[in-house]
Design a binder for this molecule. Structure first.
Ligand SMILES: Cc1cc2nc3c(=O)[nH]c(=O)nc-3n(C[C@H](O)[C@H](O)[C@H](O)COP(=O)(O)OP(=O)(O)OC[C@H]3O[C@@H](n4cnc5c(N)ncnc54)[C@H](O)[C@@H]3O)c2cc1C
Length: 659
């Protein structure tokens, strides 16, 4: 560690804290934060610091699936792809701004090849072509993968590069507050405050803050985000950072003992899907059977969950997403547990009874073996090993699953240079940035993170390369903020307050109950009222904690609960406006369409009003209740004539940064 800028300050209440003064602060070290640091350094911004909970924390380095996907511009054979074609795919997902779609497409190849150059071994043929395959919501073959651990390998290669470039990293620090001031009638960020694992406070003054804290993993009880990942979108929401499309997230089937998506081969080998009593062994039943007339249809639907992993309301009636609903009913409504059994075939399983698509796929893959585990060992032995490595032997035991929160398509609102729409010098990148809409192609989250890194770094280097703050000016304001923080820490020592773990549980259970993939207006309204109350309690009482290691959890509870408030406000607004069921969120409504004839009347789906696909939902908190939610028309895809001399002139004189 060669941090130069350290000094110790004692504040008005005689509490000490460390101060760092730097040009650009990067909060978070997932694939997006690391890439931004590398690109800033490559663009000549050397006075950098990454502040992070840890290099081994976050989603990117801890997650994956049977074949974790990276979505990129096609770079193979005669695929005839182009930035505009790819942008159309993003844009057509609905509720997406055209300029963001085009930028994510235009920089896709650059972001991808940068990773290749850093040593990420994306498969290529003898002539250097990067072969691709089709992923969900992908009209072409733009997807690639290096196996289950694509994002982990991206992080490892980026960390090597960070080391090569000697970029400073401060681990075991959780940012709990952003410093935002008003300047020239605009709000700008000037730094952040963190608490480390020993309970010590640090202040970072910075001319620019790149915010790469990932998705809101800690919001949900039922979640496939890695356990170590909480996310911190709430820290920015509390400062009034504009957000968009907070209503749009992805949910799907995942194992819960070890959190992992059961997509691809895990479902294509057609495991037996069973439920049990809460003890995990009594009253075993194949609960899906009651909803399918023919076993071949049921097995084909299980197979299709491999391709069609995210819960998708368009596939709820008569499609493969009925499975997610039935799993939800079994686990949440009936209180049973659901498992995938790879040891035995489901009753009546016959290859030839499957849909032609499933049957052909399995036959082409030589998957004639007698049991799901044998088929899995044949088609994808790594998928078996993965669970074995994490202490679950699926050749000997059931694999417990649930419908879990996986990704937030929405997030903080930024422009096409990834600068926040309403806080200058503040750059949300990666999953915390809400550039996606209703549907996005699988793998586009990783693409967006790398593109954001290029954009933010280039813009900072071009427009914000000067030191633009004088930290002395902000000491008074910081002093007040720190007094509040120390006061909360003191309050957290009161054992009559609820423990931070119980408070966290309450937040997570509420979100899973009313703000996940099954929503209804009554429940959201009720949840929202409780979330506001809970937030008020957390800010008055502070969660009880016994060790300095947990001081950060007091603040995490506050910003998690606040983000819940803002997310539920957005969901409530969208439901009231009549958006209906779309993407991965189903809205139940008495007057809606029945999902399945054998399900009770509660299971009626409110049909989507597709006119909302041309709008983006913006949510902003200005310090007063309620949160301000409003629609913004989607900006069209910018289709210029790309006349070279004009583009060159705009580039030479820096006009591109003004548009
Ligand atoms: C099971 C699963 C499978 C997925 N599969 C795919 C896929 O196939 N393709 C795809 O494109 N996407 C996939 N995703 C999504 C994708 O992995 C994530 O969107 C992406 O990795 C997020 O990267 P990030 O850098 O934005 O955030 P993260 O990798 O989550 O990093 C966030 C960083 O910020 C730090 N941090 C957070 N809060 C604070 C704070 N307050 N102070 C300091 N540091 C903080 C964390 O410790 C971490 O270092 C998947 C996600 C999951 C959960």
């Amino acid at each position: 560690m060669r941090l130069k800028h350290k000094k110790i300050v004692v504040n008005s209440q005689k509490r000490s804290y460390k101060v760092y003064d730097l040009h650009t602060l990067i909060v978070g070290s997932g694939a997006a934060g690391l890439a931004t640091a590398v690109r800033l350094h490559a663009n000549g911004i050397k006075d950098l610091l990454i502040v992070t909970e840890g290099l081994k924390m976050g989603t990117s380095i801890n997650t994956g699936s049977d074949k974790q996907t990276y979505y990129k511009l096609s770079l193979c054979a005669d695929d005839n792809d182009s930035p505009l074609e790819m942008a159309k795919t993003f844009f057509n997902g609905g509720a997406v701004h055209g300029d963001l779609a085009l930028t994510e497409a235009s920089l896709s190849a650059r972001g991808f090849l940068h990773l290749v150059d850093l040593g990420v071994k994306f498969p290529q043929d003898a002539y250097g072509q990067f072969a691709g395959y089709k992923t969900d919501h992908d009209p072409r073959r733009r997807a690639t993968s290096i196996g289950p651990y694509t994002s982990k390998q991206m992080c490892l290669s980026l960390i090597d590069e960070i080391k090569q470039r000697k970029i400073d990293v401060l681990e075991k620090n959780t940012v709990v507050k952003l410093l935002v001031v008003k300047e020239n009638k605009k709000r700008r960020v000037v730094g952040a405050v963190s608490i480390d694992n020993k309970g010590k406070v640090s202040v970072f003054y910075a001319s620019n803050v790149v915010y790469a804290t990932g998705g809101p993993g800690g919001l949900y009880k039922t979640s496939v985000y890695p356990k170590v990942h909480t996310g911190a979108v709430g820290v920015a929401l509390l400062e009034g950072a504009a957000a968009r499309n907070l209503t749009e997230s992805q949910y799907g089937l995942a194992s819960i003992k070890f959190r992992w998506n059961v997509s691809g081969t895990y479902m294509q080998v057609v495991p037996r899907v069973i439920s049990t009593d809460p003890d995990g062994k009594s009253n075993v039943c194949e609960f899906l059977k009651d909803y399918y007339k023919k076993s071949g249809d049921m097995h084909s639907a299980v197979f299709m969950k491999g391709y069609q992993w995210p819960f998708d309301t368009a596939k709820a009636i008569g499609g493969s997403s009925l499975i997610d609903i039935l799993v939800y009913i079994e686990t949440v409504i009936k209180g049973r547990r659901v498992f995938l059994d790879y040891m035995e075939n489901s009753d009546g399983f016959e290859l030839d009874d499957l849909s032609s698509e499933a049957c052909e796929y399995l036959k082409n893959s030589g998957a004639y073996q007698d049991t799901p585990i044998d088929r899995l060992m044949h088609m994808n032995p790594g998928a078996y090993e993965l669970y074995k490595d994490h202490g679950i032997d699926i050749s000997q035991e059931y694999l417990e699953v649930a419908v879990c929160a996986q990704h937030n398509n929405g997030g903080l609102a930024a422009n096409h240079w990834w600068e926040s729409e309403n806080i200058t010098h503040f750059f949300p990148v990666g999953e915390v940035n809400g550039s996606h809409g209703v549907c996005r192609p699988g793998g586009s989250a990783l693409n967006a993170g790398q593109v954001g890194a290029f954009r933010a770094a280039e813009f900072i280097a071009a427009k914000y390369s000067e030191v633009s703050i004088n930290s002395e000016k902000y000491l008074k304001k910081t002093d007040r903020i720190l007094n509040n923080i120390f006061e909360m820490i003191d309050k957290s020592q009161d054992p009559t307050n609820a423990s931070w773990r119980d408070e966290r549980k309450e937040i997570q259970e509420r979100m899973t109950e009313c703000g996940a993939h099954i929503r209804s207006l009554d429940q959201v309204e009720e949840g929202l009222k409780n979330a506001w109350r809970h937030y008020a309690r957390l800010t008055t009482n502070a969660s009880f904690c016994t060790s300095a290691l947990h001081y950060k959890e007091i603040f995490r509870n506050i910003y998690l609960c606040f983000s819940q408030v803002v997310y539920l406000e957005a969901i409530c607004f969208a439901l009231t406006e009549g958006v209906g069921s779309r993407g991965s969120a189903m809205v139940l409504d008495k007057k809606g369409k029945k999902i399945h004839k054998d399900l009770d009347d509660k299971w009626k789906l409110m049909v989507e009003d597709e006119s909302f696909r041309s709008k983006v939902l913006v949510s902003e908190f200005d310090g007063h209740t309620p949160v301000n939610n409003y629609w913004e028309d989607c900006r069209e895809l910018p289709v210029g004539d790309m006349w070279f001399e004009n583009v060159w002139a705009d580039y030479r004189n820096g006009k591109i940064y003004n548009s």
